[in-house]
Ligand binder design. Structure first.
Ligand SMILES: [Zn+2]
Length: 634
């Protein structure tokens, strides 16, 4: 269907090839977490929320822009990961409608991009189609539906024409990479070279993220008058993968370098304890009372998943785990029927706050609800857990397998001419050990790469009953052998409390990939809406303004960690599978300011209050918390 075209250079291949949706099945706590998600907003949003229920994407008269596709981009992987017939039926209904209503010219979805019901000035807005196509690609991987590839090729031709007539604008201009990655996905399956031209056209017309992350002039909390698409938290979370796309499109080593400079700059000027950065909704500096929008949590995760595939760098996976196990679960009500717009590392109250600390976000931003502040997160939150699950393992270029991140799952795939099954039995990140059973149907030689986290000193590894010399932290450990029948690979990552220096010389305590926070007794107050998807404030019932008494020379002596049973809802305060205790004293002068914890006083601090035994639990288990603490003088 494409005409004449100049030949384009082959794209740079993935360093690690993601497995198609369906080859990794969640097990254990991860499957349980996905079922909680399916039982909450994700599995039911289309039944009552007008912007999905009556979406323009399925012929309704509500929003026909990004919200339906956003929901679909998380619903599709959730449905097929769980093999859930009711969710699969929902995904199919949407896919059928979209595929059966493709426009004559190949465009997908409503014209005029009915954003909020208002026709936009451009007839063809590429942005929402980028999201829809990501969902369609996942649907194809899971089902092999033979309508998808021809439909996407027609769409690609339409997109090229649209871009030539009406170049990328507004959100699409800053989010071009989400279109480009689908063009590369389609190229990998068809070899149609013109798809590379479309990807390059997107890059050319798109915002220059590479220059943005290299020069990075955004070094302070964004001034309201300077808030722009460039300082927008979600755009930055998505944009970090742009130099990765440029690298795949021939941008070379400097494009790769821009990714790592970007990560470092976001950490340096806006970094938060969870490995994320602040933005409420513009880059907001390092104060842990600033917010981070949920859309940025799930988009940063997806960017990291894409970048790990692109570069195969284990540091990217360390960060992915840190965000997935901490920032992601924390920003939902434990039953996943409510979410926040903005989470805070030091989140000591979640209430409607006409007086607030945010750069531009409104009073509802940190309450837990159906649609707090604005409905983008209501529709975009769904991709977080499912895409984490579908990126746990990847293929190596030499026909092996790589453990990118650890969580209970089963992988079923083909390597060469053999069926390979890998069962990962673990309660990681709450426990230290990971048991991996590799089964082949006939003897086969291939490499197995195991990511050793950067914090995991003295990792113990046993392969087929034999101990392997201690593998190096912060690297992929490579096992090359002939696999036969079932072989057991046992990993133990010793977890000890670690102290990280943070804002105003305060500290955050880490344990393995988990961030630990002060457990604050809480009261949930329903303020609006109806159950089960009501809006809630959360008020503290116990003090939060503590400074820690730590002995840096004997941390293990200052912080005691205890395991608790892993129950039905580990990401909840009462279900926390580990609990730590540490001594600290209250700072009576440290109080609320503008309905948030005032910036923590510069450490070390003095306190005349008595020392108390404080309880810390994983950040992901909390709804209220203190994560960055001042420290006491000796
Ligand atoms: Zn959002």
């Amino acid at each position: 269907m494409f005409g004449e075209f100049a030949s384009s250079a082959e794209p740079e291949p993935f360093a690690l090839q993601p497995l198609p949706l369906g080859e990794i099945k969640p097990e254990g706590w991860l499957a349980n977490q996905l079922r909680i998600q399916a039982g909450g907003l994700t599995g039911h949003l289309d039944e009552f929320w007008p912007d999905v229920r009556d979406s323009g994407w399925i012929g309704g008269d509500a929003e026909g822009w990004e919200r339906g596709p956003y929901w679909l981009d998380g619903l599709v992987p959730l449905a097929y990961l769980l093999d859930d017939p009711a969710l699969i039926a929902k995904a199919e209904r949407w896919m059928n409608y979209i595929l059966e209503h493709q426009h004559e010219d190949g465009w997908l979805g409503p014209l005029h991009g009915q954003r909020g019901g208002k026709p936009a000035e451009h007839t063809h807005d590429a942005w929402p189609t980028f999201v829809a196509v990501k969902a369609m690609a996942q649907y194809y991987e899971a089902t092999g539906d033979d309508r998808v590839i021809p439909a996407l090729l027609r769409y690609a031709a339409a997109l090229q024409k649209v871009l030539e007539d009406d170049p990328l604008f507004e959100w699409g201009r800053h989010r071009w990479m989400d279109g480009a990655l689908s063009m590369l996905w389609l190229y990998d399956r068809t070899g149609e070279e013109r798809l590379l031209e479309v990807a390059r056209l997107l890059e050319q017309q798109g915002y220059d993220w590479r220059a943005h992350f290299t020069a990075f002039p955004y070094r302070e909390r964004t001034d309201r008058s300077k808030a722009s698409m460039d300082t927008h938290v979600v755009n930055n979370a998505m944009g970090i993968k742009a130099p990765g796309l440029s690298y795949r499109l021939g941008g070379g080593g400097s494009a790769k370098q821009a990714v790592f400079e970007g990560l470092a700059n976001l950490d340096r000027y806006h970094g938060q304890a969870t490995g994320l950065f602040s933005g409420d909704e513009h880059l907001a500096g390092k104060n842990p009372s600033q917010g981070t929008e949920l859309c940025a949590v799930v988009e940063y995760l997806y960017s990291l998943e894409y970048l790990i595939a692109t570069f195969g760098d284990p540091a990217l996976a360390d960060r992915m785990e840190r965000i997935a196990f901490n920032a992601l679960p924390a920003t939902f009500k434990p039953d996943m029927w409510a979410h926040q717009y903005d989470q805070q590392a030091n989140q000591v109250i979640a209430c409607v706050a006409p007086e607030n600390v945010y750069t531009t976000n409104g009073p509802d931003s940190n309450i837990f609800g159906l649609e707090p502040n604005y409905g983008c997160c209501t529709s975009n939150m769904h991709q977080g857990w499912p895409k984490f699950a579908s990126h746990l393992w990847m293929k190596t270029p030499d026909s092996g397998l790589a453990a990118v991140a650890y969580a209970p799952c089963t992988i079923q795939t083909r390597l060469g001419d053999s069926e390979v099954t890998v069962r990962v039995d673990t309660d990681y990140p709450f426990r230290e050990s990971v048991a991996i059973a590799v089964t082949v149907d006939h003897p086969l030689t291939f490499p197995l790469l195991l990511r050793i986290p950067d914090w995991a000193q003295d990792t113990r590894l046993e392969v087929g009953g034999e101990t392997v010399a201690s593998p190096k932290a912060g690297a992929f450990h490579r096992i090359e052998r002939e696999w036969e029948g079932e072989t057991l690979v046992l990993l133990r990552f010793p977890m000890h409390p670690r102290v990280e220096p943070r804002f105003n010389d305060g500290v955050t305590i880490h344990h393995g990939p988990l961030v630990l926070s002060l457990k604050i007794e809480e009261e949930w107050r329903q303020i609006r809406g109806e159950l089960p998807h009501a809006d809630w404030e959360v008020h503290p019932l116990s003090p939060w303004n503590y400074a820690l008494a730590l002995d840096p020379k004997n941390l293990a002596g200052s912080i005691a960690v205890e395991e608790r049973p892993l129950g039905a809802n580990p990401f909840s305060p009462e279900g926390a599978p580990i609990v730590a205790s540490v001594k600290g004293s209250q700072l009576p002068d440290w109080t609320l300011h503008r309905n948030a914890a005032a910036p923590l006083p510069k450490s070390p601090v003095q306190s005349d209050s008595p020392q108390e035994q404080l309880t810390l639990i994983p950040y992901g288990c909390t709804n209220l918390r203190l994560t960055e603490f001042p420290t006491l003088t000796k």
